[in-house]
Design a protein around this ligand. Structure first.
Ligand SMILES: [Zn+2]
Length: 570
């Protein structure tokens, strides 16, 4: 899934507006605890059984293909398939080759399986240094630099001034900057809020732009934000993500202003900043919470030498098609999508992205293989065409899927539906019996989904973590925004969903978006095989139905395909 939920950073207040990326990992324990009570629901009592043709196609979905591709893509050779890195290039060519071998036709650009996208990347270099007084701080541990990075080289030196929460507000009768000289200083402010303040007024007063203007407008050369972590999202988590290489579309406009650097500091680093003062950082923070005045010149100097490597790179979506058999309907297509990128090679570490999302990539390739084999003559194929789209750039912001819907290699008005595969590994816990269809309630795909789940002796399971708003956080959402009905499928084993919880929680803490997201020996490969079968049959039914699926009229996503009408912000 695309980094962390936007909601987590919204709560972060100050950080949210400064951070162009969404960032929040935690599928919280609360979320999962609630999921434990989830039970099967189905609004339909009778589901048509699988047809002989569907059974034949399902039997062609090979577990070995899923295992082989997942294992290959997550092997060191592919270096975590980082967008714009050589490992992702190797993965794109490997997938194009698999699509060709399976028997799909190229459906990328210029008669190839590839669609090239230009990206820009930025990485903090090891020669970057930040010193406060005598202490050298460590990037990624003691501090991180808030994006956007506006220069490859930033040097700043100044006396350190601690400015409390940095809030200037008549409404709150508060001026944390009163009496402080900020010109040419490195100014530290606190994130969070004191006890007992009016939350709404505080929110108004801590608008990040206003605080930045207050501080930089007084001539500060750099800003440091302390107390940025929360219990839901500790500093170590924020630092883990913000210290990574950053990737965005090359076409994205550069920042409008060159803002002086903004750093986030850990509590440990803040104690180093306060070392030698008559009061510790922890004591200062306690005092600040009571709204006591804590602003002061710390009588120390900070020296920042930031070195950022910026590059323009290319990464590819991979697209193949199985042409339909109906003279008219073959102009329309059902899309199976999955992102193949992971976090690549970053700071010397490989992020293999096995469950997220080599597994999904392998799944759509296995579906392609099964369909080509099951429908070996052109006349026997599904009526509509079926596109297999493996996208890049998901981890940094759904870029590959967004790019495809903006520059579709198949007319978007003629894309019947998108069926997306993304997971957090629950699909390999055992034989799959439960299937979550994210987005099912929004369109005709819901009925097809429920029928297929029932006909394959599986159980429709509600979204186990609705707070995570997963429907807007993976590649199918790019389609949804452009009016194409979509489903994201997630599988899990039989039994109460609460049985998944300890394992999922542990995986999210230790392996998700981490170097340890590798293929594990205890994975049950029949799980993804079953999920592939369910998704494939949903796709087949959509491909063979006379009319393309429609949005429910009551759905907030209801709009014509390729609509320019923008959606409400997620
Ligand atoms: Zn991810």
């Amino acid at each position: 899934m695309n980094s962390l939920s936007r909601s987590h950073f919204r709560r972060g207040g100050f950080l949210s507006a400064l951070l162009p990326i969404s960032l929040a990992i935690t599928l919280s324990s609360v979320t999962f605890a609630q999921a434990g009570t989830a039970s099967a629901v189905s609004t339909r009592n009778t589901a048509p059984a699988l047809t002989a043709t569907e059974k034949k196609a399902a039997a062609r979905v090979k577990l070995e293909t899923i295992r082989d591709i997942t294992t290959t893509l997550s092997s060191p050779e592919f270096e975590g398939r980082g967008t714009g890195q050589p490992g992702a290039d190797r993965a794109a060519h490997y997938l194009a080759d698999r699509f060709a071998k399976v028997g799909l036709k190229p459906a990328g650009e210029n008669g190839t399986y590839l669609q090239a996208i230009k990206f820009k990347s930025a990485q903090v270099l090891p020669e970057t240094s930040v010193r406060v007084g005598d202490a050298a701080l460590k990037h990624g541990e003691d501090y991180v630099i808030l994006p956007p990075y506006t220069s490859e080289q930033v040097d700043a030196t100044g006396g350190i001034v601690f400015a409390g929460y940095g809030v200037v507000s008549r409404e709150l009768k508060r001026d944390d900057l009163a009496g402080l000289e900020l010109k040419d200083k490195v100014v530290i402010i606190l994130s969070g809020q004191p006890d007992g303040v009016d939350a709404a007024a505080w929110k108004r007063a801590t608008n990040p732009q206003v605080r930045a203007v207050n501080i930089f407008g007084r001539g500060a050369v750099a800003m440091i934000v302390a107390n940025a972590g929360t219990s839901a999202q500790p500093f170590s988590t924020i630092a883990n993500y913000l210290s990574r290489r950053r990737v965005s579309l090359a076409s994205a406009p550069p920042p409008m202003f060159k803002v002086p650097p903004v750093l986030l500091l850990s509590n440990t680093a803040m104690e180093k900043v306060f070392a030698g003062s008559e009061i510790t950082y922890a004591q200062t923070l306690e005092k600040a919470k009571t709204s006591a005045v804590v602003s002061r010149d710390l009588g120390k100097t900070a020296t920042l030498a930031l070195r950022i490597k910026q590059e323009v790179t290319t990464s590819n979506n991979v697209v193949g098609v199985l042409e339909g058999s109906d003279a008219k309907l073959k102009e329309e297509a059902v899309v199976f999508s999955a992102h193949y990128d992971a976090y690549g090679l970053d700071n010397g570490r490989i992020y293999p992205g096995a469950a997220d999302n080599a597994l999904g990539t392998a799944t759509i390739t296995a579906i392609a293989e099964a369909l080509v084999k099951a429908f070996s003559t052109p006349a026997s194929r599904p009526r509509r065409s079926i596109i297999f789209l493996s996208v890049t750039g998901e981890e940094y912001g759904l870029f590959g899927s967004e790019y495809w819907v903006q520059h579709p290699t198949w007319p978007l008005e003629k894309v019947a539906a998108d069926i997306n595969f993304f997971g957090i590994g629950t699909v390999v816990y055992g034989p799959v019996k439960r299937v979550v269809g994210f987005g099912a309630e929004h369109s005709d795909l819901g009925n097809v989904f429920e029928d297929v789940v029932a006909a394959t002796a599986n159980v429709v399971t509600p979204d186990p973590m609705p707070e995570e708003n997963a429907f807007v956080r993976s590649d199918h959402y790019a389609f949804v925004k452009k009016g194409v009905p979509a489903l994201m499928l997630l599988g899990g084993p039989a039994g109460d969903v609460s049985l998944w919880i300890p394992r999922a929680r542990k995986w999210l803490e230790t392996d998700y978006h981490s170097p340890s997201d590798t293929v594990k020996p205890d994975w049950n490969w029949t799980g993804p095989q079953t999920l592939a079968q369910v998704g494939m049959i949903v796709g087949l039914r959509v491909a063979n139905t006379e009319a393309m699926p429609m949005w429910r009229t009551t759905s907030p996503f209801n709009r014509p395909r390729n609509s320019l009408k923008s959606l409400p912000a997620n």
